[in-house]
Design a protein around this ligand. Structure first.
Ligand SMILES: [Zn+2]
Length: 72
């Protein structure tokens, strides 16, 4: 009986994996109300918008995204 030669298993070369780029939040900018204020000394507060996947800024206690109008 002749032995079958072991089949060589082709191992896929572990190449560089496509690195999952971290989702970079979009900069949605200031709200219209905050823009109208012009440059001010106080820092704008960032708000996260789920719909736009980004952050918008406001000097006021606004709760509405300036891009999609959604409440955040
Ligand atoms: Zn939005």
């Amino acid at each position: 009986m002749s032995e079958q030669p072991e089949r060589s298993v082709v191992v896929p070369f572990p190449g560089p994996r496509p690195a999952k780029a971290p989702a970079k939040p979009r900069d949605l900018g200031l709200t219209a109300l905050s823009k109208s204020l012009g440059p001010v000394a106080i820092s704008a507060k960032g708000h996260w918008c789920d719909r736009c996947n980004g952050i918008w800024y406001s000097y006021f206690g606004e709760a509405r995204c300036p891009v999609c109008g959604g409440r955040c």
